[in-house]
Design a protein around this ligand. Structure first.
Ligand code: SF4
Length: 372
């Protein structure tokens, strides 16, 4: 597929669905890592069209969802400092910390600004030389290079009032972690398309070669996803286990070499806590020592020694992001926990699984119950 009208062409969708049904001799579980794919699957109703042969598991690919509560508490502690501006993406404002959110702190008068890119935060630092500007950066390999570039830009401009509180996470280590967990049963992966634009396909070879699972890096339109499922089933039928790229209009096998160079220049791998999941070795990226002046955790370390964080015991986000449970199994889903009043991170972000179920499945299920 190359042209925009092909991505949603009903005739092509019907053909792919027929082929998938023909090839799916037995039920299989496919995990889509990226929250963008989760929403695309639900929005187009692909999960309902392909069940019961294809069961989609929704992985830990929403950066907001996996940011540990301690990191939110740190951002809040910095927001409470005098003469400090916290700049971050819109979703991060509503993520619950132990006792507050950045949005609540903003309502109380803290300088919390929503930005669309890390360079907006650098511009804030230029504009407000009397303030410390801290960019609260979260994200996978897709966003790490741009956030690293903001550090290079701040250094180039000679800004000493700009720093980054970062929670950067990597896809391959969390996939390995899931594949080694005996509770998690995944037959194949729809690989993350946006991450693929930066890292390419090589980093996923271990999934096919060590664990014998097909991977297809997919685009985000309905026919992209259907074609990716078809490619997975074709691999299984032919006895192949490979990493393939369906999203070839954006992803090259080698990824974006320049973006990867920035990523590796500014950041280095570290063990990383994933909210609700635990610590995964070398699954995060921290700012290298050479750039410590721009690392908020180093710069403000005395302000960031906090009491242990308190996670809500009602929330099962960790099991949901591992694909072990569905939001229906959380007793707070749609009652105590809604997008307007989220208890856990999976209900906050537009990429969160609970938010996707709430938006696309809750009403359908309710309508089905009423009709039934
Ligand atoms: S519905 Fe809310 S409380 Fe339950 S798992 Fe999802 S985010 Fe957590």
């Amino acid at each position: 597929m190359k042209y925009v009208d092909e991505y949603r062409d009903p005739a092509m969708a019907e053909h792919l669905i027929e082929e998938i049904r023909r090839l799916a001799e037995e039920p299989i579980s496919i995990m889509e890592i990226c929250g963008g794919h989760t929403h695309a699957i639900f929005r187009a109703g692909i999960d309902q069209v392909l069940e019961p042969q294809i069961r989609f598991l929704h992985g830990p690919g929403c950066p907001v969802c996996v940011t540990p509560i301690e990191k939110i508490d740190r951002a809040i502690a910095l927001a409470r400092r005098p003469k400090t501006i916290i700049a971050t993406y819109g979703d991060m404002l509503r993520v619950p910390g132990s006792e507050s959110t950045l949005l609540k702190e903003k309502a109380k008068g803290a300088q919390v600004k929503m930005v669309y890119s890390s360079l907006d935060a650098v511009a804030l630092a230029e504009k407000h030389p009397d303030f410390e500007v801290v960019f609260f950066a979260v994200g996978f390999e897709t966003t790490i290079p741009a956030n690293g570039f903001s550090i290079l830009r701040a250094r180039e401009l000679g800004l000493r009032n700009y720093s980054v509180l970062c929670n950067h996470v990597l896809v391959p280590p969390v996939i390995r972690f899931l594949l080694e967990d005996p509770d998690v049963q995944i037959d194949a992966f729809i690989g993350p398309g946006h991450v693929g634009t930066v890292v390419g396909s090589e980093d996923y070879r271990f999934i096919a070669e060590e664990f014998g699972r097909p991977v297809v890096i997919s685009g985000f339109e309905p026919n992209d996803i259907l074609q990716s499922v078809y490619m997975i089933l074709k691999q299984r039928q032919e006895g192949r286990r490979q990493v393939e790229i369906q999203y070839s209009r954006a992803v090259k096998p080698e990824g974006n070499v320049r973006a990867r160079a920035v990523l590796n220049r500014i950041f280095e791998p570290v063990d990383q806590e994933w909210r609700g999941i635990g610590t995964i070795p070398r699954s995060g990226m921290a700012i290298r020592e050479e750039f410590r002046d721009y690392d908020a955790e180093f710069k403000f370390q005395s302000a960031l020694t906090l009491s242990p964080a308190q996670e809500s015991p009602a929330c099962i986000c960790g099991e949901i992001t591992k694909g072990v449970k569905e939001p229906w199994q959380c007793e707070s889903f749609g009652t105590a926990c809604t997008p307007d009043n989220p208890i856990g991170t999976c209900m906050v972000s537009s990429e969160g699984t609970c938010a996707a179920y709430y938006k696309y499945q809750f009403l359908k299920r309710a309508a089905g119950g009423m009709l039934g």
